[in-house]
Structures are given as C-alpha cells and as structure tokens.
Design a protein. Sequence first.
Length: 378
Amino acid sequence: MLKIQIANIGGQPLPVLQGITEFPCDKVLLLHSNESLAVAEKIKSTLPGDFRLCPIVNPNDYFEILQLCEKLSNEYPDSQFYANISGGTKIMSLALFTFFKGQHSNNQIFHIDQNGIVHFLTENKSKPLQNFLPIQSFIDYSGQKIKSMTKFEDIDPKLFECKDVVKKFFERWDPEYLKLSKLYFEYSRHSIGYENFELINNHSYSSVKWSKEEDELIFSFYRKFKAEPEEYCFSGKESIGIALEAKWFELEVAEVLSKWFKTKELVWSLVVPYKDGQDKNEIDVIVNTGTKLLFVECKTQISDIKDIDKFRNVTKNYGGLGAKSILVTYSKPPNRFFEKCHDNNILLFYFCERNRIVNSTIDLYRFLDDEITKTNPI
C-alpha cells in the first residue's frame, strides 16, 4: 500500500516541511494556488522525494478543492493518505479535512502548531514532533543562503578564555580597558580590515596592540604604584571582536544558552549575505529547540531604538511564524525599549541595573521556560 502525503501550501511553509519529514511517504502532493506556487516549487527542489504540484484556481472555492481531492484519491486507489491541513486558506483546510475524514479509516489528518505539536484530528490525540530540523534547513527553507555561521561545538576554546578575561574587565569597569575600548571604537570607524595597530592611553600609557604578523592582540595596563604593566595576550584575529567589539557578551550568552535544557542546537554569528555578496544580516545567536528557533540579539547596552526594528525583521524573515526572539542586554535598557520590544513581540531580558547584578542565568532559563511555548500573535 502506497503512503501518500497531501498538503496545502500557503502561509508559512514550516508546518508543511515538518509534516513531510515527520511522516515519510512514497509520494507528496502539494496543493497550491498561483500565489503559493513559488513556495511549492521551493519545497520540491529542496527536499528529497517524489513530489507532485497540484494547482488550484481559487483557494477559497470549497467545491473545487473537494473535486481535486476526489480526483487525486481516484488516481491513487488503495493508498493511505496523510493529509496535512496546517497550511493554505481555511477553506483549503476545511475541504481537505471533510474529504479525507469520509474516506478510509486508515487515513491520517493532522495539524502542526507553532510549538511543534502534531494534532491527529481523526483520533483526537496529540504528540510532539519526533524529527529534528537543523538551523541550516530552517534558513534554507526561508529562501536565504547562509554565508557563514559557527556551531557552538566548533567555537575555538581560546575564544572562551579571551571572553572570560574580558568579562572581568567589563564587570569591574576597569578604567584602562574602557579607555582603550573607546580609542579602538574611534579607530575602527576610519579603518578597514585588521591591519597592524597600536592604541595608547596618553594619560596612563596603557596600550592595546594588534600584530597581524604575530596574530596576537596584546593589552598592556599600567597601574598606579606599579613599575611593570599587566599584560594580557590573545591569539587570532577573532579576539579583536571578543575583546574590543563587545562580542565577548555574545559568546557569554551563547555559552549560557547552550546549557538550557531545551537547546538542541546552537549557532553563533550567523551571516546571511546580500545578492551582491555584502553582509545582509548578522544574527548573534540562534537556538534550535527542535520545534522552533529562538533568535537572540546580544548587547552590553543599547541606545538605538532602530535596532529593534531590524531584529524584528530578521526573526520574521528567517524563523517563521512560530519563531521567538529575545534581546538580552548586560545593562538595563531605558523604558522605551521595553515598550518597543513589547509592541514587536520581542522578549527582553537584562542582567544588571545600576552596575549591580539583579538577574542571574537561572532567571533567564525560567523566563524562557515560561515564554517559549506561548503562541505568537498572527
């Protein structure tokens, strides 16, 4: 007996993709309108298997869709159908449900919600998805191409060592480190690439130096009443981003979220390019819970309200309707950011207020546990 999956195309494609991977069938029939043809073609070209595109003239014509279902059923007699009604218009879903409910009792009719729960409508039972879609697949199915990304397990351990040292500088508001960071910020606004540089605090003579030849970043802190400087040496050009561009905080948040019990996969610094090759969006951290993506924007502090709009668009374009997004900051943002995040369905979490830690990593886990399964407004 052939197993045939039939699915409505329209709206977000993720539940359709999840249904295809969750219930492998001999053939997949994709019911689509002119408006959803491109999505159907994308699914057919991306996934392995035997696909057939089945056009619908009017996706709101209940009887047209019923007749198409009857025609397809007659073409594949003695087959078991898996009808996925998660996509398409409400009329398409109703027609699919009505037709296959009245057919053989071994047919399955199901709907997949935003939390990755499969609801079997003829059996009145539900269960979580068992199959796992990797982050790469989520982004591919959104129609985007990944320029680069780093899986958490592939991050160089030396970067964590650098992160831990810089975190201590930041937490104690080390004046020498903060001054050199400001000097680098000014320098980087007018410099391209990672050429050799040395920046010096003219008051204390502390310095930060990058040697392209030695592939080393060296901090030299001169302290009062000490003849010799404190020196900290980090290898690799990525240490510049960690130590001087606040990427230490991205790595800190990534490390914290890697230990969250819902994390099945985590990537750091995912970049999607423009068609001309320039960087389009860099996503700080993405967490895959197995059924949905959590997009994470990391800021030690935030001052530009426009960053919220950019982040909202990233989640919408790459994660689908069920994806969640959270802005994690080291310092508590101004109140207007709370309002802006709320209006854009973005979660917000901070660790410090007035240079005092008020929220811990355990608080972050509890916050996400409570929010991750809530359904997004459509």
